[in-house]
Write a protein of this length. Structure first.
Length: 200
């Protein structure tokens, strides 16, 4: 198994989502698992700029060398993503959605001609057959209570990845990290959920 582990939180040892993800990656791994790590806090992907878009919108056969260079980093991220059969993302919720580093990574890997194509006039995802886990750290609670409808993170991840054909996504929440009364249980609950999901 090739496992790609993407971490997003700029917090390191004290990040709830990174802690749960470490446990998840260890639980999913066997001696022959190849784990590739990408730390988006240490190496934030650039936002898509005019040079990138110009290259992206030029047909691949007509691209200049400079345009191919402009896409090289994105190509590397796509290759890394497609080489994995399991993807584990750990991310905080920021302002009800994903941090912009994770959004930038998604913008690099959702690529026409690489992870999604147009066939018979419709989009067709090319990243099918992969399994994805997303560990989400949030200060408040979203599985129940008044803020549940404010969760823009899980639907946006589902939308982007199902667009490229990856439908098998499990979310593991480490939630209520800022709520007195939930904070102490947030980590053990999430670890228990990892153990439940990886028990089979
Ligand atoms: C800039 C920023 C925005 C945040 N926005 C939210 C939010 O919209 N909803 C929420 O429940 N918690 C929010 N939080 C709290 C984090 O989600 C919480 O601290 C979580 O534990 C972060 O994950 P981490 O511990 O892996 O870094 C925010 C924190 C920061 C720093």
């Amino acid at each position: 198994m090739n496992l790609l582990a993407i971490d997003v939180s700029p917090r390191l040892d004290n990040s709830y989502s990174r802690n749960v993800s470490s446990h998840l990656v260890a639980s999913l791994s066997s001696p022959d698992t190849v784990v590739v790590r990408r730390d988006l806090a240490a190496e934030p992907p650039p936002h898509l700029d005019a040079v990138f878009l110009d290259a992206y919108l030029t047909p691949s056969t007509a691209r200049t060398e400079a345009q191919r260079d402009a896409l090289a980093y994105s190509d590397m991220l796509v290759d890394e993503f497609l080489a994995a059969d399991t993807i584990v993302i750990s991310t905080p919720m920021w302002n009800f959605g994903v941090p912009s580093t994770l959004k930038a990574w998604i913008d690099h890997i959702v690529r026409l001609g690489r992870t999604v194509d147009i066939r018979n006039g419709s989009f067709e995802g090319l990243a099918f057959g992969r399994k994805m886990y997303v560990v989400v750290g949030s200060g408040d609670l979203y599985t129940r209570g008044p803020l549940a409808m404010m969760d823009m993170l899980t639907p946006s991840i589902r939308a982007a990845f199902s667009f490229i054909g990856l439908h098998d996504i499990e979310f593991i929440r480490v939630e209520g990290t800022n709520v007195p009364g939930s904070r102490t249980n947030a980590l053990p609950r999430a670890i228990a959920e990892v153990d439940r999901q990886t028990a089979a």
